[in-house]
Write a protein that binds this ligand. Sequence first.
Ligand SMILES: C[S@@+](CC[C@H](N)C(=O)[O-])C[C@H]1O[C@@H](n2cnc3c(N)ncnc32)[C@H](O)[C@@H]1O
Length: 204
Amino acid sequence: MKLYSQFFFPRLLDVAMAVEPFPRYRKALLRDVTGNVLEIGFGTGLNLDYYPATVKQLATVDPNPGVNQLAQKRIDASGVTVTHHCLSGEALPMADNSFDSVVSTWVLCSIPDVAGAIAEVHRVLRPGGKFFFIEHGLSDEPKLQPWQRRLTPIQKVIGDGCHLDRDIAALVKAQFNPVDYQTFYGDRLPKVAGFMYQGIATKA
Ligand SMILES: C[S@@+](CC[C@H](N)C(=O)[O-])C[C@H]1O[C@@H](n2cnc3c(N)ncnc32)[C@H](O)[C@@H]1O
C-alpha cells in the first residue's frame, strides 16, 4: 500500500485534479485569501497558481511525502515562499491565533480525525480569521446517500483514505459560526463523488 499511496496516488492526483472543473473552483475560492496563510492537505501544490499576488508566503501541511515531492517542482516555479510541514492536519505545530486564512481543497474527505483537524484549523486562526474550503461529500439527495455509504470502502482504497459520505457542512458548523457556504454538483463529475461544499467559515 505504501507504493500505491506514495508513488502512484500522488501522480494520479496531480493529473486528475489539474483539469477542469477543478482549476475554475480553485480560482473562485482562493481569490479573497489574504494575510498569513496556512493550507492543509497541500497535495501536489495545485492551488499555488490561484492565490492572489498579495499572498507571498504560505505555510503548508500534508503527511504524504510522495505528494510533497511533486509539490516541490511547483513551489520552485512559483513566486510564493512555501514553508512545508510533512505532517497531519490533526496536530498542527502552529501557535494559537497565528493565521489570517486557512485553506482546504478536497482534503476533509481524507483526514482520519476530521473533527480534530477542523478544531486545529479553528485554534490556529486569529479571531476574525477565515477558513476557505471546497470539499466533496454527502449529497443532499436521500436516494444517493446510501450509494455514497456503500461505495466509500472502495473509494477509501482508490482515493487513499477518501470518504464519499462526510457531511462537510455539519463538520465545519460544529466548530465555526458563521459558516457561509453553497452546495452544488461539480461539472462533469460523477454525482456520487461530485457533491461540493464551497464556503468561508469565520472564527468569532
Ligand atoms: C484529494 S487530495 C487534495 C490535494 C490538494 N488539496 C488539491 O486540492 O489538489 C487530499 C490530500 O489530503 C492529504 N491528507 C490526507 N490525510 C491528511 C491529514 N491527516 N492531514 C492533512 N492532509 C491529509 C493527502 O495527502 C492529499 O494530499
